[in-house]
Each structure stands twice: as C-alpha cells, then as structure tokens.
Ligand binder design. Structure first.
Ligand code: CP
Ligand code: NVA
Length: 310
C-alpha cells in the first residue's frame, strides 16, 4: 500500500512521474468545465475521506475538485463531529471504519504522528494534506508550476526566505534532494532548519546553503519562495517572531537581487506587508495563483499513484 506522507518517502522516479502525469492530464482537459471529469475517470465509483484538524481553503477545495475530475466523490469530515480517537472509540476502530467505507484518506493534522498512527491502522492509503512537519502536496504543486514556466527544475536555484524551520521548508529541502535542485535558505539563526532535516540533507547530498543574509540567499536565484512568518501550528510569541523576521521580507529590492527572470512563489495564505509586499505578490513575477490551481492537478496524480490508477 502506498501512502503519500513525506516527499522523502518516494523515489525521484516516482515523484517525477507523478508530475509528468499531472502535466499531461492538465493539458488534456484544456477547455473542460472546472469540475467536469477527465475522459478516463480513473476514480469512478471510488471516494476519498478528508479530515481537517486545522483550517484550509486550498487543500480542501483542490482535493475536492481533483477527485471530481478523476470521476469520484469526497466526504469531508470534521474531527469534532466524528469519533476520532476520542470518546468511546479508539483511533484504530475509526480507521477500520474508514477502510470499510472509502478508498483513500487525506488528513490535515497539527501533529505529524497522527498521520503515521492513523496510517498504521488504515488498510487504504493516506495522503498528508499538511502537518506541523511537512506539506508535500504543496511542494509538488510548486515544482509542477516552476517546471511549466521555466522548464526542468534540476540544477536550478531556488531560494527560501524567512522562517527556515516550518512544514514548507522541510518539504522543500526533501524536494531539493529528490529533484536535484540547489536550495538557498535565508533565515535568522533562531529559525534555521532543525537538525533532523539537516542531517537528512547531508546524507542525501542536497546542495543546500543556509545563510542569515537574505541577499546572499537570493543571488543567482531562479525562484524566490516564502511563507507566513507564523504558521498555523506555531506556539510562539507572534509579535517577537515577526520582529525577528523583519529583515527577511521579500520586497522589490530583494527580488531585484535574484536573476532578472526569477519568479516569486508563496503557498498562501499570505501575510501581506509582512513576509512579502503587495507589490511583489501582485506583480508580474508572482505565480502564486498558478501554484494554487496546480494543487488540483498535482493531487490528482498523487491519488492515482497511491492507488495504482491513471
Ligand atoms: N496552501 C495551503 O495549503 O492552503 P490552505 O491552508 O488554504 O489549504
Ligand atoms: N506554514 C504554513 C503553511 C500554510 C499552507 C502553515 O502551516 O500555517
């Protein structure tokens, strides 16, 4: 059974073929209505259950539309409205029920271990729709977007500016290893990637630079990425964290230090005027709306990969 929990769990070949299928399917359905099914409907008669422990706009909607385009249906569950490892039912029993009812599960969780634990009890695949540790579906969509605009990401330079120790930066480091691109992280020392992911990067020979100088991180870059300074899961002094990250704002000056044709990415939701200025996110280098759209296409292929469809 194939789960999609972390980018590091998959081979480079599998990751690349997921994106190739996503690109092909996207082209093939040009001109279709937004929720019309693909011609082959590989997920027809099947369904996905989605559990959201935390808020979501893009993940919720893009998975729902992805499943419709594959010809299937979704059930969205609120953990407060079901017996989800609490009350008089164990997580194991809830997992057993989902196994009986649906074909695949997507979970957005505050605690990564919930994905692993739930996954252990399920007899159907589970997809990580964001945890405190990783956000692999978003990074797959981001790589697809980069490649659509700029060609193969292999050996290109991507810069990550701001909080260097969150779910997005972790998945990006794993992707740098799997897709073989150069990654430069510009962040304050206090928000540097954690030791575990740095160890993985070293072991997997990731071409990674971690610097506290944002200017150095964006030099020669093909793409500058950032994320909210305070993530949904962050139990920090928000005011202090934002103050510490003030010099890491992606603005016109920082963008001008990258390659002339560099693009700007953000997974959204965005803290306008904090990690990025309106001028950059609304400017002509920004591809944030395409990233959001491609969540649908990348996730269709992730579902197909998990179930051996497509
Ligand atoms: N980028 C992303 O995952 O957005 P949501 O939190 O809205 O799902
Ligand atoms: N790092 C952000 C990503 C949101 C999609 C968060 O976890 O809130």
């Amino acid at each position: 059974m194939k789960n999609f929990i972390n980018i590091a769990d998959l081979s480079s070949n599998d990751l690349m073929s997921i994106l190739e299928e996503a690109k092909k399917r996207k082209i093939k359905r040009k001109g279709f209505n937004k929720s019309a099914p693909d011609d082959d409907k590989p997920f027809e008669g099947k369904s996905m259950a989605m559990i959201f422990e935390k808020p979501s706009t893009r993940t919720r909607m893009s998975f729902d539309i992805a499943v419709k385009q594959l010809g299937g249906s979704t059930i969205i569950l609120n953990p407060d409205g079901i017996h989800y490892g609490k009350g008089d039912e164990t997580l194991k029993d809830t997992a057993k029920i989902l196994t009986e009812y649906v074909d695949i599960v997507m979970l957005r969780t505050s605690e990564h271990k919930n994905l692993e634990e739930f996954g252990k009890h399920l007899e159907i695949p589970i997809i990580n729709g964001l945890s405190d540790q990783s956000h692999p579906c978003q990074i797959m969509s981001d790589i697809m977007t980069f490649e659509e605009i700029k060609g193969p990401i292999k050996e290109k330079t991507i810069s990550w500016i701001g909080d260097g120790n969150n779910n997005m930066s972790n998945s990006l480091i794993e992707a740098a290893g799997k897709f073989n691109f150069n990654l430069k992280i510009g962040c304050p020392k206090k928000y540097s990637p954690d030791k575990r992911i740095l160890k993985w990067a070293k072991k997997n020979k990731v071409n990674l630079l971690v610097t506290h100088k944002p200017e150095l991180a964006v030099a020669e870059s093909d793409c500058i990425m950032t994320d909210k300074w305070v993530s949904m899961n962050d139990k920090v002094n928000k005011k202090l964290k934002k103050k510490n990250l003030k010099n890491y704002q992606v603005n016109k000056r920082l963008m001008s230090l990258a390659k002339l044709d560099a693009i700007f990415m953000h997974c959204l939701p965005v803290g306008r005027g904090e990690e990025v200025t309106d001028e950059v996110i609304d400017g002509n280098k920004s591809v944030v709306w395409t990233q959001a759209l491609n969540r649908i296409h990348a996730q269709k292929s992730i579902i197909n990969w998990c179930l051996g469809l497509g």
